[in-house]
Design a binder for this molecule. Structure first.
Ligand code: PLP
Length: 378
């Protein structure tokens, strides 16, 4: 059966060039980067070259990038590390109500330790409510977490305004750029945020590798203690092959950013046109959006059964956040946008990737049209 993979916000396939680099490192560069002999220094060079590439993707200094075991760990490290360093000072954290669970659940766990944590509202278009942020910032705040682009709707958040408002009140800004990286240009200097997180497997790199960029001088306490790896910011022998794959994926993402974005936007516009022509279809989330993502609700259908029907037709899409799939909790992102419950239950996320073609879009359009019609006649 012909299969179309339209779930790239859940994860992406490894780019063949990434696989080649990782295979070579796994078989040849097996030294421990902390060892001072030739084998160790080869592995060290691999890690440091990858750090340069990842830093370059976000316009950062390599020495400010810490490798982690996932985007989730990077988000946790930022939140918990800042809180631990803040000690007795302003014990309050704000986060956008549409953040990934890596941020929301970590904040809730900090709440159990006595931190005051509060979600900041978003509007019906999926963008942070800046007036609400200003109100929330009236109380002394240590950190504000706002993602660069949402994983479910693709909506790009007003980070310039977030940084301006937060910094005016002395709060640090954590930006989860896991979904934005490789899809839109990112420059840490221009963004003005203090911490930024990335994950390799969202940009054609391997799973199980992430990164936290920390603006030089930002107070942050290490969470993992042991050897002095990552300049004492995260102990543990480095995942050298994974890091090498991340580095190659970051270089490719940078080289292909503009070509990928044009390709993805063209395909996504064609898909949007087809989907929105279906009676009772409504798009969730408004521009500015990532070029690869669209989220559409189909009146009178349950997204979970639609995902299964589409899978049988060879089309892979998602309902709600991929990272929490398996649970049928309605999407916290769409609920935060205060969409009616039926619209939330009928929402599908289509996230396109570098290797998708117009044939994938046509297959998806036909499959969705047929599956929606079938479910409505049940
Ligand atoms: N942040 C966002 C916005 C995400 O979409 C994801 C994964 O879907 C993560 C963080 C977690 O990244 P990882 O899968 O590397 O733990």
């Amino acid at each position: 059966m012909r299969r179309s993979y339209l779930d790239h916000n859940a994860t992406t396939p490894l780019d063949p060039e990434v696989l080649a680099v990782m295979t070579a490192v796994l078989s040849e560069d097996y030294g421990n980067p902390s060892s001072i002999h030739w084998f160790g220094q080869r592995a060290r060079a691999v890690v440091e070259q990858a750090r340069e590439s990842v830093a370059r993707l976000v316009g950062a200094r390599a020495s400010d990038v810490v490798f982690t075991a996932s985007g989730t760990e990077a988000d946790n490290m930022a939140l918990c590390g800042v809180c631990a360093a803040a000690g007795g000072r302003s014990r309050r954290i704000l986060y956008a109500a549409i953040e990934h669970h890596a941020v929301i659940h970590c904040a809730r766990s900090l709440a159990e330790e006595g931190w005051s944590v509060a979600p900041v509202r978003v509007d019906g278009r999926g963008r942070l409510d800046l007036d609400h942020l200003s109100t929330c910032l009236a109380e002394p705040t240590a950190l504000v977490a706002v993602m660069l682009a949402n994983n479910e709707t693709g909506v790009i958040q007003p980070l310039d305004d977030v940084v301006r408002l937060a910094h005016a009140k002395g709060a640090l800004v954590l930006c989860d750029a896991v979904q934005a990286a490789g899809k839109i240009e990112i420059d840490t200097a221009a963004l003005g945020v203090d911490l930024l997180t990335l994950s390799a497997h969202k940009l054609y790199g391997p799973k199980g590798v992430g990164a936290l960029w920390i603006r030089h001088g930002t107070p942050l306490k290490a969470l993992v203690h042991g050897g002095g790896q990552e300049r004492h910011r995260r102990a543990g022998t480095e995942n050298v092959a994974g890091i090498a794959g991340f580095g190659r994926a970051a270089s490719l993402a940078r080289e292909r950013l503009s070509a990928d974005a044009t390709h993805l936007r063209d395909l996504r516009e064609a898909l949007d046109k087809e989907l929105l022509a279906i009676t009772g279809a409504q798009r969730n989330g408004e521009e500015p959006r990532l070029p690869n993502t669209t989220n559409v609700s189909f009146e009178g259908v349950e997204a979970e059964s639609l995902v299964l029907a589409l899978d049988l037709a060879g089309v892979a899409v998602a309902s709600g956040a991929a990272c929490s799939s398996g649970s049928i909790e309605p999407s916290h992102v769409l609920r935060a946008m205060r969409l009616p419950p039926a619209r939330v239950r009928g929402a599908l996320r289509f996230s396109l990737g570098r290797h998708n073609t117009t044939a994938d879009i046509s297959q998806a359009a036909v499959a969705v049209r047929e599956a929606v019609a079938r479910q409505r006649t049940r």
